[in-house]
Design a binder for this molecule. Structure first.
Ligand SMILES: Nc1ncnc2c1ncn2[C@@H]1O[C@H](COP(=O)(O)OP(=O)(O)O)[C@@H](O)[C@H]1O
Ligand SMILES: [Mg+2]
Length: 226
């Protein structure tokens, strides 16, 4: 899949929350967005997901204009700042309910992902009693459990303990190997440096630098030569 933005600008009030964004994103890559609080990281993710419409410019998903040819990208998984689930249900029941909408995810898949991220699907703890980290994990699972081809994760490492950070890194690498298109934000440089093939630095709604991670490229060359 390919996502391309052309001169995407979003004005809210008098502020350019996104200012002339031109990016091209392809499957099999992890893209990182970094920048200070309020710089526009979340807005950039909303742009890719079709959750905000441009004041100027456009987003194309495999050539189709978002908001014109299609309303939302097909097969999109998204975790935004605060994942919202039903408080009176367990995490497992929440995911089962979401899975019923599209009916592509089996109970075993949900159990697999919960086990992987260290959530006990048999535990009867209600979502409202979940810790921040547990909520975060549930949000990550709903974004990936339906084999979504585009995965958008806003600060996915927030509130995760060290072990879970390691697990999530592995999960994201596996998803990249499966040719998913992943866009994530983080304010932890290490997460970005370790994982991302491309990094965008955003400031006041503008992309002020684009960095390609050579490490992954070298890995590819080594693998090819071996
Ligand atoms: N719902 C909204 N209405 C108006 N302005 C908003 C809204 N959400 C965010 N903003 C503004 O857009 C800018 C970028 O915000 P955001 O993308 O959330 O930043 P980041 O995720 O980098 O911390 C900020 O100036 C913020 O105040
Ligand atoms: Mg944000």
């Amino acid at each position: 899949m390919k996502i391309e933005t052309t001169n995407f600008t979003k004005v809210i009030g008098k502020v350019n929350v996104l200012d002339n964004i031109n990016v091209s994103l392809e499957s099999g890559n992890i893209y990182g967005v970094v920048g200070r609080n309020g710089s526009g990281k979340t807005m950039l993710l909303r742009m890719v997901a079709g959750l905000i419409l441009p004041t100027n410019g456009e987003v194309r998903i495999d050539g189709k204009v978002l908001g014109k040819d299609i309303s939302f990208p097909d097969k999109l998984g998204i975790l935004l700042e605060k994942p919202s689930f039903l408080g009176h249900l367990t995490g497992y029941a929440n995911l089962q309910m979401l899975a019923k909408i599209r009916n592509v995810t089996k109970n075993e898949d949900i159990q697999y992902y919960m086990n992987m991220l260290g959530l006990d699907w048999e535990n009867d703890k209600k979502f409202k009693k979940y810790s921040l980290g547990m909520k975060q994990k549930l949000g990550i699972i709903q974004a990936i459990m339906e084999n979504q081809q585009i995965i958008i994760l806003d600060e996915p490492f927030n509130a995760l303990d060290e072990t879970s950070v390691g697990t999530l890194r592995e999960v994201l690498e596996k998803l990249r190997a499966e040719q998913k298109l992943i866009v994530m934000t983080s304010h932890n440089k290490e997460d970005i440096q370790l994982l991302c093939d491309h990094t965008f630095t955003i400031s006041d709604g503008k992309i002020i630098s684009t960095h390609k991670n050579i490490k992954h490229e070298n890995d590819l060359i080594t693998a090819r030569d071996a």
